[in-house]
Ligand binder design. Structure first.
Ligand SMILES: Cc1ncc(COP(=O)(O)O)c(C=O)c1O
Length: 376
């Protein structure tokens, strides 16, 4: 918190401000066109049954749009259900892990999936390989494990890890919550790529989506056939059956689906994943080169190869980062606060494709004047 309330009166010169001041890491900037897409369906879709064509067509469009965005091979399915990525961890403990999972843990979110697996009474204790925040461990094979779990992007630390297949056997299950739509990946290295739509897809939270390979689908069917008990709301085979019929098991939020669909279309019509990831990469180049050129800023992730293009974490020296983000907020530039549990003097900046790279450049200029003010 800012101790001196007067600091909040500091005004950043208007010509330096970004056109849009939303830099959160999720919920994140929603493009106005996405809300216009909702408005254009006020009477035709909003408030209508999710079992009828108008909503099912949107679910179908999301599924086919994501299939082309990710260039998924034949046999893959986009599966979805309610509850966001957190619920997907529980879904996975019931429907994907046969006996033992292997986790690379390098931040808050990757640790939570490992905890969910450790707590599941029907599973053996997971193998957990961790590294200090700000880096990621090397992938490793373990013949005892039937699922390899790691995030594509650890949102809490701004570390990205290219998905790779550690071994021939075992499903590769990737938490892509903040990566999907903003970072490149190769389906040959992945079996389940799961995410929620409030990051690169600039929609609202509360939904989980999972791109599932034929091997993953086979695993879902195999575990279901084993008669393992699982709550229906967490049953991946029920979610799969509903998804292929362009439905969800229970009622979804319709505005979320419309906004997601609009964002996937925006990406696909502009050049697909390469284009969307290119926008984030451009923002990241701006952000990290700026931080490297300032005496008060340092990229938290020391290895450039592990720095995320979608979430930048910048350590601040000599001034209180909380003061910086509070003054930015008072000027309409919001959600640059560090991840609360990391406990560093840090700014964290969302650089999802919806965020204009020129606005990231404007943000760096705003931080410069705020820091100069605090130092004076
Ligand atoms: C990498 C990662 N995994 C999982 C989650 C949890 O997602 P949700 O809030 O949709 O449950 C988040 C949320 O920020 C995340 O960043």
């Amino acid at each position: 918190m800012v101790s001196d309330k007067n600091q909040l009166d500091f005004r950043i010169p208007a010509h330096l401000l970004p056109a849009d001041g939303r830099f959160g890491c999720g919920p994140s900037k929603v493009r106005p066109e996405q809300l216009e897409a909702v408005m254009s369906r006020v009477t035709s879709v909003m408030g209508t049954s999710h079992r009828q064509a108008p909503v099912k067509n949107i679910v179908g469009s999301v599924r086919s749009g994501l299939t082309s965005l990710f260039n998924l091979p034949e046999g893959w399915e986009i599966v979805m259900g309610n509850g966001g990525s957190t619920v997907f961890w529980d879904v996975a403990t019931f429907g994907l892990i046969r006996n033992r999972s292997h986790h690379l843990v390098f931040g808050e979110f990757s640790s939570k999936f490992a905890e969910a697996s450790a707590a599941a009474p029907h599973l053996a204790d997971p193998v957990v390989v961790s590294s200090d925040p700000g880096s990621h461990p090397a992938p490793a094979a373990d013949a005892e494990c039937d699922v390899y779990a790691f995030p594509h992007n650890e949102t809490s630390t701004g570390v990205a890890m290219t998905p790779v297949r550690p071994a021939k056997d075992g499903l590769v299950v990737v938490d892509a919550t903040s990566a999907a739509g903003g970072l490149l990946w190769d389906p040959a290295n992945v079996d389940v790529y799961y995410f929620a739509p409030q990051k690169c897809f600039a929609s609202d939270g509360g939904l989980w989506l999972a791109a599932c390979s034929p091997a993953a689908i086979e695993r879902i069917r195999e575990i279901k056939a084993s008669k393992r008990w699982m709550p229906a709301s967490l049953d991946l085979s029920i979610a799969l059956d509903n998804s292929v019929a362009n439905q969800t098991y229970n009622t979804p939020a319709l505005a979320t689906l419309i906004m997601l669909d609009e964002q996937v279309k925006w990406m696909n019509t502009n050049g697909g994943l390469a284009w969307a990831a290119g926008r984030s990469a451009e923002s990241a180049r701006t952000m990290y080169s700026w931080a490297e050129s300032r005496d008060f800023a340092t990229p938290f992730v020391s290895n450039p190869a592990q720095r995320s293009d979608v979430v930048a974490t910048i350590d601040i020296d000599g001034v209180d980062a909380n003061q910086v983000s509070a003054i930015l907020r008072a000027n309409g530039v919001v959600d640059t606060d560090s991840y609360r549990k990391l406990g560093r003097n840090q700014l964290r900046v969302g650089m999802f494709p919806a965020i204009d790279p020129s606005d990231v450049a404007a943000l760096t200029a705003c931080i410069d004047v705020v820091v100069e003010h605090l130092r004076s």
